[in-house]
Write a protein that binds this ligand. Structure first.
Ligand code: EPZ
Length: 419
């Protein structure tokens, strides 16, 4: 398994282009199962999770032609597709559960492995199943698989999610596109990636309207051919903005609509970062002295994203006083704390709140990645630690960050891959 060797401390300088969004690409690729006609998806990030998703679609019968740079996929579905998604594929990427909605809506049946949990939490899919059941899906769970079927076309319904869920909102919207009649989804997640999904579907003839957290879908018979460019990855952009603030560097972030990370930019200004915006460019300069902030809480969009919590925790280690951050979305998303403590971080966890001492001198160490965002937090910490750090299991990073070491090398980080 590859590792990264990082020599710190460093100060980043230069510009970085943000890749396509992993978390917009996954539901959009799942939704291509609804199509009878060819569909072209552009700006896909070259990351492991997208490869997994493309392999899943191929296993279901989609014919996929990739451009030379692997960022554009032309997808043509067969008339009779398979509807079985195996544990071996689903367990490597939980987002695979998003093929359930389109398969049941288009083919009226599906056998798909329960995704199972991961290190950040149990990750149940009960909200997905109860919403699809209301649309007419019948299912039973056997041997770790969801055996689902419907008696013909799904029927529109009014559904209120018990809790805000990105995946359950996406699965339900996709399924409702071909359902008979109107579906009204209430208490929806409204992440930009979900709006990207609905923009894609509407471009192909779907009828999806938003009003706050209410999404109304009028079912249609079929979608037309289209091509769509996936939005930029706001979590990657947020990660680089944290890196600039953390290393007291200066960075130009390109290809992202700054409105996507307004909350994060406002927060980084409170830490002391200087930020200027023009057109689709963000110019961020880290402060000489990073301010400390207490009582930050991760929240559903438009709040502070849980996918940035680990990265912000590293910033707090280097701030000028005590800070705290509460993880409100997942029950076990502090796996990075123990690794940061090996670098010298002083972090105390009480339930889902972490209290972080500032002004910490971090010293390079051997580190182990656990999940995608925790891994990038370890890279950030190694960038401001004194001496050499080795970050193991970089395949976690490769799931969601395209060419991360090349992008970091180009802005002055002394990082290299050890085979
Ligand atoms: C999506 O996961 C993202 N993944 C996650 O990003 C992100 O952290 C998360 O949304 C929250 O923003 C993708 O988009 C592929 P949820 P998802 O359903 O859809 C509970 C990354 O690093 N819940 O909004 O799985 C759940 O356990 C990944 O890119 C149920 O209880 O998140 C969690 O506590 C990590 N039952 C909360 O709701 C359900 O049926 C929010 O989960 C579904 C969710």
């Amino acid at each position: 398994m590859d590792k990264f060797l990082i020599n710190g401390p460093c100060k980043i300088k230069g510009k970085v282009s943000i890749s396509g969004s992993k978390n917009a690409s996954i539901p959009i690729l799942a939704a291509t199962l609804l199509f009878n006609k060819p569909v072209i998806i552009k700006n896909l990030p070259k990351v492991r999770d997208i490869n997994t998703m493309l392999n899943l679609l191929k296993s279901l019968g989609s014919k996929i032609t990739l451009s030379r740079d692997r960022k554009t996929a032309k997808i043509i579905n067969k008339k009779n597709m398979k509807t079985f998604a195996s544990y071996s594929l689903v367990k490597t990427m939980r987002g695979s559960i998003l093929v359930l909605g389109p398969l049941i809506s288009k083919f009226y049946k599906s056998k798909i492995s329960l995704p199972g949990g991961c290190l950040i939490g149990a990750r149940p899919v009960d909200y997905h199943l109860s919403a699809l059941k209301k649309l007419g899906m019948e299912y039973k769970i056997r041997d770790g698989y969801i055996l689902a079927k419907s008696n013909g076309r799904l029927k529109g319904e009014i559904i209120k999610f018990p809790k805000i869920s990105v995946g359950a909102t996406e699965n339900s919207i996709i399924a409702a596109c071909l359902a008979k009649g109107k579906t009204i989804l209430k208490n929806c997640a409204v992440e930009p990636e979900i709006k990207d999904l609905t923009q894609f579907l509407n471009k192909a003839g779907a009828n999806i309207r938003w009003s706050g957290r209410i999404c109304t879908i009028i079912g249609i018979n079929s979608l037309t051919s289209t091509n769509y460019t996936v939005m930029a990855d706001r979590i990657e952009a947020g990660t680089f903005c944290v890196a600039a603030t953390l290393t007291k560097g200066s960075l130009q972030i390109k290809n992202l609509d700054p409105k996507m990370i307004n909350t994060e930019l406002e927060l980084l200004k409170k830490f002391g970062a200087k930020i200027k915006i023009n057109n689709n460019n963000i110019f961020i300069k880290g402060p000489d002295k990073i301010k400390s902030i207490k009582n930050i809480k991760t929240k559903e969009f438009p709040g502070i994203p849980t996918d940035l919590q680990a990265q912000l925790m590293v910033l707090m280690c280097k701030s000028s006083g005590k800070s705290s951050i509460t993880e409100s979305i997942f029950e076990n998303r502090f796996m990075h704390v123990a690794e940061l403590q090996r670098l010298g971080a002083k972090i105390n966890v009480i339930n889902n709140k972490a209290i972080i001492e500032g002004n910490t001198k971090l010293k390079g160490a051997e580190l182990m990645s656990s999940d995608l965002r925790a891994s990038v937090a370890l890279v950030l910490a190694a960038m401001v630690a004194n001496g050499k750090s080795i970050v193991g299991r970089v395949y976690h990073l490769e799931r969601g960050y395209e060419n991360i070491e090349n992008k970091l090398q180009k802005i002055g980080v002394k990082i290299k891959r050890l085979k």
